[in-house]
Structure formats: C-alpha cells, structure tokens
Design a protein around this ligand. Sequence first.
Ligand SMILES: Cc1ncc(COP(=O)(O)O)c(C=O)c1O
Length: 389
Amino acid sequence: MIDISQVRADTPGCHDLVHFNNAGSSLPTRQSVDAQIEYLRAESRLGGYETKDAYSSQIEDTYQAVAELIGANRSEIALTSNATESLELAVASLWLGEGDRILVAESEYASNVIYYLHLAKMSGVVVEAIPNDDDGQTDAAALASMIDESVKLVSISHMPTNGGLINPAAAIGSVTRDAGIPYMLDACQTVGQLDIDVETIGCDMLAATGRKYLRGPRGTGILYVRQTFRDQVEPPFLDLHGAEWDALESYTPDPTARAFETWEFPYSAVVGLGVATRYALDVGLPNIEHRVIELAAQLRSQLSAVDGVTVRDLGANRGGIVTFTQDGTDSSELSQRLHGAGYNTSYTTPISTLRDAVNRNLSDMVRASVHYFNTTEEIDRVVAAVAAE
Ligand SMILES: Cc1ncc(COP(=O)(O)O)c(C=O)c1O
C-alpha cells in the first residue's frame, strides 16, 4: 500500500496543480530536487572534480538503483541524456547494413523510426512494421512469422507515447530469444511505472528516460545492455571514459555498458536520478504499477461516460497514459484550457506515432497521464472540467 499523503507531501508540485502530464515529464520529489541542489552547492564550494570524488559512492549508487529497478546488474547500465540517445547508441553498436531488416511496432515512437529511416538511407537497412493483433498490441505470432535470417533487430515501444497500450514485451522477447535476434525495448514510458524485469522480458537492450514516470531530472537517460550481448557489439563512439588507450596504436573498450558513455556528466542530475530511483524502489514498483493502472482505468471509465468524449487507448492491458478526443473540440485547445484551469495534460499529434495515426485515422488527442501520487478526487475534478466544456 502506498502512503498517499506522504508521497504527496514529498511532491511539492501537486499542491498547486493537478499534474496529469507524467508521460511528458512528471513532478519530481523534493528529495531528488534537494539532492541536486545540495550537489550543485557542493560543486560551487569544492570544485567540480573534487565534488565528484566526494560523491563517488552516491554516483555509483545511481547505477545500482537503476539496475535494481529493472532486474539488471550494475555493469549492464549506462547513463545518457535521454531515451533517444540510449536507443540510438545501442542500435548503432549493431553496425547494421544493406538488406538488414529492422522490425518495429505499429505504434513506434517518431524519433526511433526517424533514426531507422536514416539508417535505411545511409546504410540500406529495411524498416518494417509488425502487425497488431485484434487488441491493437504488437502481435508476437505475426512477429514470429516475419523472422528470417535478414532480421537483425526487433525494436518495440513497451508503451507508446500516444496511449496506455502495454505491449506484450515478454511474448516478443520469447520470439527474439528463440530466433537469436537482438531486441531493443523502448521502455521510456514504462520504467518507473511498471514492475519491469529485463530477464523476464528477455530484451538485450532497453532505453529509458529519467524525467517521465521515474520522476527524475530532465536531461537524464538510461541504457541497459545485457552483458552477454555487450560482448557481441562495438559501441559507435568511444573516448577515454569508455575505453583505455593502452598502447600507441591500440585501445581497449570498457567491457561493460559504460563503453556507451562519454567522460563528462551533469553529476548533480546523476545523483538526482539515483535519489528518484531509490524513491520509486521504496514506494515499490508492484504498488506503483497497481495504482497507476487502477487510476487510469477510473479516468478512462469516467471520461467515456461524458457525452461526446471518446477514449482512444488500445490494448488488452493498459497503463497510465489516457488519450481521448471530444467531439467538436480541438484537442490542443482543450488541453490548453485545462492547463489554464490548473490541470496539466498534454496533447499528442499524429506525427509522434505516424504509422498508428494513419492506420487509425487519428487526429490530435488530449493525453492525460496519471501517476501514483494522483488521486481519485483529482480525476473527478478533471473529468468534470472536460464535461463542462
Ligand atoms: C515511447 C517513447 N519513446 C521515446 C521517447 C523519447 O524520450 P526522450 O525524449 O527521453 O529521448 C518518448 C518521449 O516522449 C516516448 O514517449
């Protein structure tokens, strides 16, 4: 059970507004913010390099906490600036070429697809979408039927940016494992929201971000690379942090995921990410997942009861992102009006998940994404505000 009054007391932002934009950037805890401010103050007193030395155990604990969060080992974690960077670094390490096929979800995020189309243009890879099943989720059986030796990557968003759909990540992992094909899971929307275990899922790489459901600082990202997979890939960029220049004509890359990092970091943010991750672990990921799913289901059900409102989320299993439209109302304007009334939502446009938008003939949708610190009373209020439109 989550102590809601405690987590709300730890979340200064939720006293002044109703935050349903956790899929954009969630409200950080005061603990994470305080840790960052304290770190910056230490830097101004001690010097940047000296502060890093003084905080080395906290910095290392960020890797440990992130590893615990997803069921990995510390050596399998690299820190980056965002989920896109994590995904692109890891996929670039596959050095894909002419005729190599990349299979993606129908609802894949625009940045991922843009990068894969760029690889198609620059290196001749082929990008194809895996069909959805009747529930609108990536169909693991259809994936299995697409596999042949030209498939060199399966890349799926665990939860798309435009709806609460939870893709069957473990069923997909079972197909990729059987076929021995690299599997990238974009868990940008699910890390910090769902109880994720990379062993159960069977992904080789996972990309996530700090600022969304993990409630960490902006400008932080997470990359998981399975150790047995790390042994088979070569990172695209290296420096003296990710490798050692051990003889005049040779170098040795770091054998762990840290080979994907470069030397310089915003260490205040790294520490803040660690504190945010420890906070999530303390609240308990099973508790968080349970509450987020419950609150989102309540929001969907109440919105569906409002005249003219259509909830647009797909999936047999659905999480914290709720997307909807209201007849005769422009979604971006509705989201802005809600913002004016103290309710943070956002809106998604077709270009964020173009293939899904084209398939479903979607236009802009309001996106209201709940987190565990939200309350049923906040849901009542935002639904009433939508109904009053
Ligand atoms: C599903 C999904 N993947 C990737 C991203 C990109 O994350 P970042 O901005 O941290 O690179 C987003 C951002 O909204 C997302 O929703």
